[in-house]
Structures are given as structure tokens and as C-alpha cells.
Design a protein around this ligand. Structure first.
Ligand code: SF4
Length: 331
């Protein structure tokens, strides 16, 4: 169990900037985002491909691919700053304090080693346990994630499991050292539709039981609706709306968030059509002036093309849209 006081966020991101250096200058992949995740809370980070959600996840776990780099802001884990740690120290933080679940389970599992060896190695690297105790803990973890007959399956190789079962093993691996935070990036996208809901429910249940905070990165609003407590909607490297999941799903305020919600099949009545947002995410090298969403926005008005909207509090959420700060001009 985590020993973090309940009022302190597990993860605190402040004014984070990530740039990609190119011959033509720095491209802003993440442009000043801030959010917290409390113990046991699931924050869903959602947006289309290119919105910056996976880069945000990579920044938190210290795995941004060059030429990308953090160019400003702070990331704190249980109060400790982690964005400025050296590579070796960050590797220790990743295994012990942050667990990771990626889209493809084979990214996390070595095909040449039995899963029990991979689990016990992770456990013994981070926890002071004997080989026997680590194996017992590994079996318990496999049982927790729903692997049948874990005493036998612990000696199997990754290829002897189905995709869904492999992702369960990855969840066991992510939780092996009792991390404070789990970062899950599209954890069900590569899986059969029939097992996606089970895997999502499992991540949510296990993390809630352990008080583990979860940052869930996905393009799938349906997954967010099932899982998240809070939602951050990203567009062109910024958070355009953030708040409680029920508020944002029930009554999205930002026009881009509205477009995403109307694409959730279960939220659309028979009379409605699933609506695609027209156009596509702008390239980093050619972001529009003003609000980056304005070329696609059906509510765009004069000021949107010249002035970038900043996130402003609206009840329990924050929204970056001129509709709510320049209401008189929008009408
Ligand atoms: Fe649309 Fe303007 Fe709001 Fe941007 S600021 S989302 S263009 S209404």
C-alpha cells in the first residue's frame, strides 16, 4: 500500500513543455500542460493521434525519444521532482515507483524468459525478498490478475499465453513492486474486443485496491467513460478541457470535447448518427494562430483566429475556449 497522505497528489505536472528539435527550430509537442492525479484516482488522457497524449505519458516515465526533450515545467511524484533525474535514477523510479503498461504486451515481456523469471527479477530488484518469497509473491500477483493455475503457468513463456493473458501478465509486472503510479498507454488497443473490457476493469480494480494512481492514455472515449475519474482532453499539445468524467461525458463544454463525445457509440441514441469531427489534427510545424482547433470548429468566431484561449476554471473543470470567456462576442 502507498504511504502517501491522501491530500497530496501522487503525480503533479506543472506547466510541462516538450519540444522536438528540428533543423527548422523547436516544435512544441507539449505546450504548457498541468494536472494532478490523487492516490487511487484514474486520470484519462484522451485525444486523437498527434494530440500529445502519448508524449505526455513518455515525459512522465522519462522515456521521451530524442530529438524530443522536456524544455520547461516540472513533474513531481509524491512531492519529489523527477523530470530532472539522471537516466540511472529514473530507471529505478520506473521499476519501483511507476509501473508501465503499453499497447503491445510483447514490448514489456522478454520472449526468451519464463514469465516467472521476469516477475521475480523485477520483484527482487525493487523489494528485499528472498528468491522463494519473490516466487510466492509472483504467484500471488498472477492469481490477482486472473491467470488460472498460476503455480503452473508461472513457468510458461510469453508465447504460450493469449494476447489478453499476456496483458494480464504485464499488469502483474507493472504492479510487482507496489508502484505509486501506473502509466497505461493504449493498454487494450492491440487486444481482441472481447477481452478489452476485462483488462480495463482489472487495471481499475487492482489500482483502486492498492491506492495506485493511474494515468490512462487512450484515443478511445468509451474506455475513458468506463474507467476514468477525471478526464484531460488534449488537442495540439495542450489540455483543452479537464474535469470529472461524469461532467465531461454528460456535458462537454469545449467544441473538440463535444466532437469526441459524439463519437462514443453507447452515448449516441438511435436517432443520432456517430459524428466524425471534420478535418484533422494540425501538424506541429504548422499550428494555426489563435485557437489551434479553430479551422475545425463550428463555433469559431473573430477572436479565435488570433488569440489563444487559456484554461479557465468553470465549476469543477477547466476549459480553454473563448466561448466561455468572450460570451458576448460569441453570441
Ligand atoms: Fe472553437 Fe473558438 Fe473555442 Fe477554439 S476558442 S474551440 S475556435 S469557439
Amino acid at each position: 500500500m502507498t504511504d502517501i497522505p491522501t491530500n497530496e497528489p501522487v503525480l503533479s505536472v506543472r506547466d510541462l513543455h516538450v519540444d522536438f528539435s528540428t533543423r527548422r527550430g523547436a516544435l512544441k509537442a507539449i505546450d504548457g500542460i498541468s494536472f494532478d492525479i490523487a492516490p487511487g484516482e484514474v486520470l484519462g488522457v484522451v485525444g486523437e493521434s498527434g494530440a500529445g497524449k502519448s508524449v505526455t505519458g513518455s515525459a512522465v516515465v522519462g522515456l521521451i525519444e530524442p530529438p524530443g526533450h522536456i524544455s520547461g515545467g516540472e513533474i513531481r511524484l509524491a512531492g519529489r521532482r523527477i523530470d530532472n533525474l539522471g537516466a540511472e535514477e529514473m530507471r529505478r523510479v520506473r521499476g519501483k515507483e511507476i509501473g508501465m503498461i503499453f499497447q503491445d504486451p510483447l514490448t514489456s515481456l522478454n520472449p526468451l524468459y519464463r514469465i516467472g523469471d521476469q516477475l521475480t527479477e523485477t520483484i527482487r530488484t525493487h523489494l528485499p525478498l528472498s528468491a522463494r518469497a519473490a516466487r510466492a509473491r509472483a504467484i500471488d500477483l498472477l492469481a490477482d490478475v486472473g491467470i488460472p493455475a498460476p503455480e503452473q503457468r508461472i513457468d510458461s513463456y510469453p508465447h504460450e499465453f493469449s494476447g489478453g493473458m499476456r496483458q494480464r501478465v504485464v499488469i502483474a509486472l507493472a504492479l510487482a513492486a507496489e508502484p505509486k503510479l501506473v502509466v497505461a498507454d493504449e493498454p487494450t488497443t492491440a487486444l481482441d474486443v472481447s477481452v478489452q473490457a476485462q483488462i480495463i476493469a482489472l487495471i481499475k480494480k487492482l489500482c483502486a485496491e492498492r491506492g495506485t494512481a493511474v494515468m490512462l492514455v487512450t484515443h478511445d472515449m468509451g474506455v475513458i467513460a468506463e474507467t476514468a475519474d477525471q478526464v484531460a482532453v488534449m488537442y495540439a499539445g495542450r489540455i483543452v478541457e479537464k474535469g470529472p468524467v461524469a461532467d465531461i461525458i454528460g456535458r462537454p463544454m469545449h467544441p473538440y470535447a463535444r466532437g469526441l463525445m459524439s463519437a462514443i457509440p453507447s452515448l449516441v441514441s438511435d436517432a443520432d448518427r456517430l459524428v466524425q469531427i471534420p478535418g484533422s489534427m494540425p501538424r506541429l510545424a504548422s499550428l494555426p494562430d489563435g485557437c489551434a482547433f479553430h479551422p475545425r470548429c463550428d463555433r469559431c468566431f473573430d477572436i479565435c483566429t488570433t488569440l489563444r484561449p487559456e484554461p479557465e476554471p468553470r465549476g469543477a473543470r477547466r476549459v480553454a475556449c473563448h466561448l466561455y470567456t468572450h460570451e458576448e462576442m460569441a453570441s
